[in-house]
Write a protein that binds this ligand. Structure first.
Ligand SMILES: *Cc1c(COP(=O)(O)O)cnc(C)c1O
Length: 380
């Protein structure tokens, strides 16, 4: 039976425990597995290599994204590392410029010294990616919507470029989640997640995953995990899996609240700009309508009064918490220039529109009226 997303999220990898009938499978807290005779076992030998709790999550993630296989990692960046580490020195990656700061740092501080070249385009047009590809290029990397400016990149069009040039395409789907877009169905080869964000959804765990369209591509990812030792623990994968069960309803609520808040803020005299993909004046509005089932839970606002107005707002919110990260049930505000994006040089940051007056809202699933009132009192 092919199940729809909300059903998949609850049932895949959640078969009742065959021993006890426990409806929710147990967390397998074990490092090792007892063998009947040397080499005779039930498919598990050592929990770095495989653990039933992790496999349950991996099955669910693969089904949600429409891939043949998934591999869970202890963080989003560990998942990202697995894909870059499977390239070779003197290969190159073509990436969108405005990617997650940690991805940029990983490419520049870890993989460039190791021999991997990274090239960036600040223009998301497919021909700009195409122009940076040469015979050393093995992977295109992109993230959509981007952080914090929420540009939407045309996954199907870039997948076309990747296919024509014989290069793989990886999409970081952390912001949209499979509830809003499934990049593998649009032609991507890999989806990467920071499950710390919407998948886990409760700001209580760090996790990541690589989902592969083809099982053959997942094999080197699993070999990397086992060889490099990048394995998530059973409690953490359990928390991510538990969070995923409510992904569909949470994403609906995030989208609803974020859109309502964005519409409420449009035209506010204290704000120079309100950015949300579903707003009619968003530069990628038409593409967002086509590619995404909702606008997501992030709203970015730019204060007309610059840094001092943004700082005052961040200090005054009460229901929102001033904190890094995003994607949890609770609403957060973040000042990217000082917090999440501080490692990007000021000129680069400003050229990308991440000014000192910009604030990113991760809109949670509280009552939207309380969020509106909190924002109003904090701006006012
Ligand atoms: C947080 C984040 C990451 C990194 O994930 P960690 O779990 O913090 O390692 C990667 N990409 C995006 C889009 C993120 O928001």
């Amino acid at each position: 039976m092919t199940m729809r997303l909300a059903t998949t999220a609850i049932h895949v990898g959640q078969d009742p425990d065959p021993v006890t009938g426990a409806t929710v499978p147990p967390i397998h807290v074990t490092s090792t597995y007892t063998q009947a005779s040397p080499g005779v076992h039930k498919g598990f030998e050592y929990s770095r290599t495989a653990n039933p709790t992790r496999i349950a999550l991996e099955k669910c993630l693969a089904a949600l994204e429409g891939g043949e296989a998934a591999t869970a990692f202890p963080s989003g960046l560990a998942a990202t590392t697995a894909l870059f580490a499977n390239l070779r020195p003197s290969d190159s990656v073509v990436s969108f410029g405005d990617v997650y700061g940690g991805t940029y740092r990983l490419l520049e501080k870890v993989f460039r010294p190791w021999g991997l070249d990274a090239r960036y385009t600040d223009d998301p047009a497919p021909e700009k990616f195409d122009a940076l590809i040469d015979k050393t290029t093995k992977l295109i990397w992109l993230e959509t919507p981007t952080n914090p400016l929420l540009r939407v990149i045309d996954v199907a069009a870039i997948a076309e470029v990747a296919r024509a040039r014989g290069v793989k395409l990886a999409v970081d789907n952390t912001f949209a989640t499979p509830a809003l877009q499934q990049p593998l169905r649009l032609g991507a080869d890999y989806v990467v997640h920071s499950s710390t964000k919407y998948l886990g959804g409760h700001s209580d765990v760090i996790g990541g995953a690589v989902v592969c369209k083809r099982a053959a591509d997942a094999e080197p990812v699993a070999v990397y995990l086992n060889s490099a030792g990048s394995c998530p623990g059973p409690f953490d994968v359990y928390l991510v899996h538990r969070g995923i069960k409510t992904l569909a309803v949470r994403m609906d609520a995030h989208c609803h609240n974020a859109f309502a808040l964005a519409e409420h803020l449009v035209g506010h005299p204290a704000l120079a700009r309100v950015v949300y993909p579903r707003l009619i004046d968003h530069p990628d509005h038409a593409l967002a309508e086509k590619q995404m089932r909702g606008g997501g839970g992030i709203v970015t606002i730019v204060f007309a009064g610059g840094f001092s107005a943004a700082k005052r707002f961040c200090e005054r919110v009460k229901v929102f918490s001033l904190a890094e990260s995003l994607g949890g049930v609770e609403s957060l505000v973040n000042h990217p220039a000082i917090m999440t994006h501080a490692s990007i040089p000021k000129e680069v940051r400003e050229a990308r529109g991440i000014t000192d007056g910009l604030v990113r809202l991760s809109v949670g699933i509280e009552d939207v009226q309380d969020l509106v009132e909190d924002i109003d009192q904090a701006i006012g």
